[in-house]
Ligand binder design. Structure first.
Ligand SMILES: [Zn+2]
Length: 233
């Protein structure tokens, strides 16, 4: 398993690590700040450097064995197993993912419908809602702006299945029901706004989301509205 430093602190932009394996053009290390594709959030990109070389990391993914694979651009020889490396994120891109991801939680709290899908990118993100009503884009944009201006604190914590069972009220307040059976669940809380299980990377507070705008609202079926969102800067 790879130690997931991005879960301890999503603002870490780099780290030192030791190579523990290589598979299919990807490097596995003992610890990483690189978020692997999941939950609608893309895998991180950046660079890996070692004593005698440097290469671009073009994607990050989970392997079947739970390790995190840093996919390298084609290079002659990657770092050897046992070698020390330094990992550095493409921070501008990742920070936009964090702004988008946090904005998605705000959108889900404004439009209180079931969410059936979603995707995040640095340029544009979307959530699919199980709804028939039309979306008042101006009203939703204003509601989001208010949540950003109110600067709600954002925090994550791990909770065990047993602790969860002992607090039925907590589950009742969640916008998405937690998956059970893995032993522990990571909860994302936007104070006074949203509480749900989530494994992505988020901001510390909603003010950092900045200017956001609702884009196209697409009708993807009788009961499905796809709401696009943009960072407005
Ligand atoms: Zn999240």
């Amino acid at each position: 398993m790879t130690e997931e430093l991005f879960h301890q602190d999503s603002y870490l932009q780099g780290c030192d690590a030791t190579v523990t394996g290589a598979v299919d053009g990807a490097v596995i290390v003992d610890r990483t700040v690189f978020y692997p594709l999941g939950g609608g959030q893309p895998g991180d990109t950046g660079t890996i450097s070692w004593r005698s070389g440097r290469a671009a990391i073009i994607d990050t993914r989970y392997g079947d064995d739970g390790t995190i694979r840093h996919v390298l651009e084609e290079c002659e020889a990657g770092p050897a197993v046992g070698e020390m490396v330094h990992l550095a994120l493409n921070w501008d891109r990742r920070y936009r993912h964090m702004r988008m991801h946090t904005a998605m939680h705000l959108l889900g709290s404004v439009l209180k419908y079931g969410v059936t899908g979603g995707n995040i990118s640095a340029e544009k993100s979307r959530l699919d809602f199980d709804m028939e009503d039309s979306v008042d884009k101006e009203a939703v944009t204003a509601a989001l702006a208010a949540l950003v201006a109110e600067n709600h604190a954002v925090s994550c914590r791990w909770i065990s299945d047993d602790e969860l069972d002992a607090q039925p009220d907590l589950v009742r307040t969640m916008s998405v029901q937690p998956p059970r059976g893995k032993g522990s669940i990571r909860l994302l809380e936007i104070e006074g706004v949203d509480l749900q299980p989530c494994g992505g990377t988020h901001l510390r507070s909603t003010a950092e989301v900045g200017k956001i705008r609702i884009g196209k609202v697409e009708k993807k079926g009788k009961r499905n509205r796809r709401v696009n969102i943009h960072l407005d800067d």
